[in-house]
Every structure is written in C-alpha cells, then in structure tokens.
Ligand binder design. Sequence first.
Ligand code: MN
Length: 203
Amino acid sequence: MKFELPPLPYEKDALEPHISARTVGYHYEKHHRGYMDKLDKALDDDRRDLDLEEIINHAYATGDEAVFNPAAQVWNHNFYWQSLTPEGPTSPSPELEDEINSAFGSLADFKTAFTEAAAGEFGSGWAWLVQDTATDRLRVISTTDAMNPLTANKVPLLTLDVWEHAYYLDYQNERAAYIEAFLEAMINWDFASQRFQQVRKAA
Ligand code: MN
C-alpha cells in the first residue's frame, strides 16, 4: 500500500456550518495523518506490499494490535470522509431505500436505529450501516475504538465517527446534535447507494 492519505473529497470548510474547517483540519491533518504515520512505523517489511484491507485482516487474525489499530483507523477515516457530503441532503437510491424499508421499516426508523447506535457507543467508536453478508440484510451496528466491521464479514455502506475529536470543537458534549446534523444534512446517500450496488453485484 501507499503510505499517503487520500485527498479529502471536498474543501475543509465545505461541511460548514455542520462541521467547521477547524475540526476537519485537525481531524484530517492530525488524527487521520497520525494513524497513517503510526501504521508506517509499526508495519514490518513483509507486510508493506499488502493492501490496507489485507493488512487489517492479517493483523486482526494474529492479534497484532500495534498494526491493527492504526491500520483500521486509516481505513475508517478514509471511509468516513466519503460518508459525508457538502451536497446534502441526499437520498438513497430506490433499490437501497427498498432494502432499508425491509430491514428497518422506514427511512425514519433507520435514522432512529442509527442514532441509538451512535449515541449508545459509550466511549470512542464508530456507528455503521452495513450489509451483513451472512444474512444478506442491512444492519446498523456500532464498533468500539478502531474496530472495523470487515473483520466480521460485514460490508460497510456508511460510517459516522463518534470519537470526541470528530465533534468536540463544534458541539462540545452534544454528540446527539452532531448525529442529527449527519443524518439530516451531511449523510452521503449517493456513496452508500453505489456501495450497495457493488455489494449486490458481488453477491
Ligand atoms: Mn476520527
């Protein structure tokens, strides 16, 4: 893999007023880049030519937390920036919306489930919309610290970072307001719909 961050898919101030340029700047330049630097230092020569998902799965399988944590955090942040859009509000594709209705009842019920998962993660972590490949169904889950659903055969469609560094400068302790801004204004349903189509094709 290349030990370089993918560029942000939008300008740092593009998510304002929901997420400030200051938050995006720290989050991308310090936190995300910091995980990449840690991974670069922790990874031995044998694994440097693997792609990021292979590194994550290998480190998880061997209990190598020194590599797993920064590698998963790099993947999670790459995915997080794509899960947000300044072009909102967006809507799921008809195919994805059908599946959401079937799994959760309605789009509103999905939002309730996602809010509960994102608010209910006690410390640092992530909330996800995933396709569970075992059941071929959509699910909302949360993971703690760096944990990534790929390790459990779940394909992520969207994620929200609920580590405090993602929202504290803008929302202080009001995680619920940040979750609501994500669901109502920033969620990138176009990205999730594309991911869903890929999952469907691969199945
Ligand atoms: Mn983060």
